[in-house]
Ligand binder design. Structure first.
Ligand code: KIV
Ligand code: NA
Length: 266
């Protein structure tokens, strides 16, 4: 299948075709999701929570992101690979953002980067875009600001907050972003943003009217006991994996594995 390129995102919105995005943090899962036809793979800084056992995304570093992004970009045949700029690697200004993004693009072979924030990040989005790096925005609940926002809470509730969110979305689009993630936003607000910006909106807990959808893969696959309310469990892969590991342990202990079939005779 042909690679998903930046112009396909715009074309999908124009044709009313839904865009699909999942996180991936390694080659094993990237290959599976790419094969399943997922349009965009996000090497999210959610790697901090999901893979590295941190409570938040704040401790994640560029050094954490690079090997993960290299593995995902290397494994993806078709999907458009987006890499998060982690907390502390772009907020200082366009110069810092450009340094970080160039480093990631050179080291990984990814297609784009993602960063959080609207008007406050517009200069960074513009600088990266001018340098030829596609940028995905991220509005609504932005996990890198969780201390300021008071944890994972719906953003853009009420007329004033909804208007602020719309203004941010327009700023992100005007700065050159190729798409924007909307996280934990009331459905009507996300629908309105989707209407007013020309770039695709990718929702997560943002209702039914976004141009695309993203989920954290461990939530999508049911890897843990708990998933957020907006993340449907499309499988019980955690339970399946535990059952496989349990069967393995049992067979090794019972001396039924390895058997002759899985041994070398000479
Ligand atoms: O890091 C991440 O997984 C994300 C998605 C939730 C959009 O930013
Ligand atoms: Na993220």
């Amino acid at each position: 299948a042909k690679r998903v390129r930046v112009h396909h995102l715009q074309a999908a919105k124009a044709r009313g075709e839904r865009l699909t995005m999942l996180t991936a943090y390694d080659a094993v899962t990237a290959r599976i999701f790419d094969d399943a036809g997922v349009d965009m793979l996000l090497v999210g800084d959610s790697i901090g929570n999901t893979m590295h056992g941190h409570r938040t995304t704040l401790p994640v570093t560029v050094e954490d992101m690079i090997p993960a992004a290299r593995a995902v970009a290397g494994a993806a045949q078709r999907a458009f690979v987006v890499v998060d700029l982690p907390f502390g690697s772009y907020e200082a200004g366009p110069t810092q953002a450009l340094e970080t993004a160039v480093r990631i693009m050179k080291a990984t072979g990814a297609d784009a980067v993602k960063l959080e924030g609207g008007r406050r990040s517009a200069a960074q989005i513009r600088a990266l875009t001018d340098a030829g790096i596609p940028v995905v925005g991220h509005l609504g609940y932005t996990p890198q600001s969780e201390n300021l926002l008071g944890g994972p809470r719906v953003q853009g509730r009420g007329d004033e907050a909804a208007a602020e969110l719309s203004t941010d979305a327009v700023a992100v689009a005007d700065a050159g972003a190729v798409a924007v993630v909307l996280e934990m936003v009331p459905a009507p607000v996300a629908a309105r943003v989707t209407e007013i910006v020309a770039i695709p909106t990718i929702g997560i807990g943002a209702g039914t009217e976004c141009d695309g959808q993203v989920l954290v893969w461990v939530d999508m696959a049911g890897m843990g006991d708990w998933s957020p309310r907006f993340a449907k469990r499309f499988g019980e892969v955690g339970a399946a994996l535990r059952a496989a590991a349990t069967a393995y342990v049992d067979e090794v202990r019972a001396r039924t594995f390895p058997d002759d079939e899985h041994s070398f005779r000479s």
